[in-house]
Design a protein around this ligand. Sequence first.
Ligand SMILES: Cc1cc2nc3c(=O)[nH]c(=O)nc-3n(C[C@H](O)[C@H](O)[C@H](O)COP(=O)(O)OP(=O)(O)OC[C@H]3O[C@@H](n4cnc5c(N)ncnc54)[C@H](O)[C@@H]3O)c2cc1C
Length: 386
Amino acid sequence: MDFQLTDEQRAIRDMYRSFAQKELTPEYVRWLDENTTFLPDDMYQKLAELGTMGIGIPEEYGGLGLGSIEHCLIMEELSTAGISVGFCAGIAEVFGGRPILALGTEAQKREHLPRIVEGKEKWSLAMTEPDGGTDILGAIRTSAVKTEDHYVVKGTKMWISGAHVADFLTTLVITDKDTERKKGLSVLIIDAKAPGVTIRPIEKMGVHGCGVNEIVFEDVEVPVENLLGEENRGWYGLLKVLNPERISTSVFSLAIARSAFDMALRYAKERTAFGKTIGSFQILQHYLADIAVEIENARNLIYKCAWLHDTGQPYDVEACMAKIVACRASELAARYGMEIMGGYGFAMEYDMQRHFRDYKQMMFSPISDEMAKNYIAQSYGLPRSY
Ligand SMILES: Cc1cc2nc3c(=O)[nH]c(=O)nc-3n(C[C@H](O)[C@H](O)[C@H](O)COP(=O)(O)OP(=O)(O)OC[C@H]3O[C@@H](n4cnc5c(N)ncnc54)[C@H](O)[C@@H]3O)c2cc1C
């Protein structure tokens, strides 16, 4: 068993760490949280020039052609500086590039992947609907009726990250309503600016720098060539990209935990009470030790999933576990971080309140902890409880 990063992996991590220290200062990240709903173009382009939008996209399409471990390393560094930065930087590859790589035709790959890598195309994944995300098969209503040369799409999607800036929407639709639901779904590439597409931003509590939206499709005409993968096999196709997405969101939680821990530790070493630094009180030491344990735990599980992915082994159960453990780490770090900083933790001018708001998003998205536990339990032969 080898826990060592390769020289190349260390170099990649260090390069992004230096980039983050120089460009993603606490002031910049605070500005993003207070003023933006997506990464500004200049920063998006700087990150694209480093190859960030095509980490796992093969070199023949302009990407870096790296594995999941490298993806995690890069996202961990960017997201530790600011969760919204990692989120915005990862979205085009995870929601556009990966589905195209897994399901797309050669023509679709040639058309879109190089533009994603260059930062010229942004993508969102539109699965969830107003009636539910966990039971998407029960809740989906958005339909696409095929005519001679296009599909006509009607319906509403909910909570779609980054759709307000997206060029394309990877969209799950019903194409055969008369069969078992999972056998009648397809994935369409929908032009976000097409007539009939209305995108409405939704205000939310945290991760302000990457906004979410409701999308209404009113008789939107989508060319038949925009079918991604096989018609009526879209559900099975998308499942292939959902496990890697779980690793990515676990990294966001890990990054929040790391960031909150670093801040709390610094504060505990500086703040004094009763003539001592507060970091000399055993209970606060235990808070910090507890967070450190959870961070280490989460990192080990996340990178194990990445390694399983890169070596072609199954990891769907481990990805659910990593998601839960990483969420716990971020929750504990944000909660104890607030305790350690006392009143200052509650002040808007310090960043701990942001971690406290941000961690919550990853608790239920892309999959809730409850549902992740259902899958884990089922993997041990327990009956499906729902
Ligand atoms: C900020 C944000 C960003 C998002 N980004 C995207 C995106 O880019 N694309 C996209 O498609 N979706 C996105 N989502 C949607 C997200 O994936 C869903 O919110 C998530 O799947 C949960 O669905 P829901 O909110 O409808 O909750 P529900 O499905 O209504 O669940 C409500 C509660 O019931 C519990 N529950 C449901 N079923 C069970 C069960 N069988 N056993 C135990 N508990 C159960 C859940 O765990 C949860 O606690 C985003 C959501 C948010 C809030």
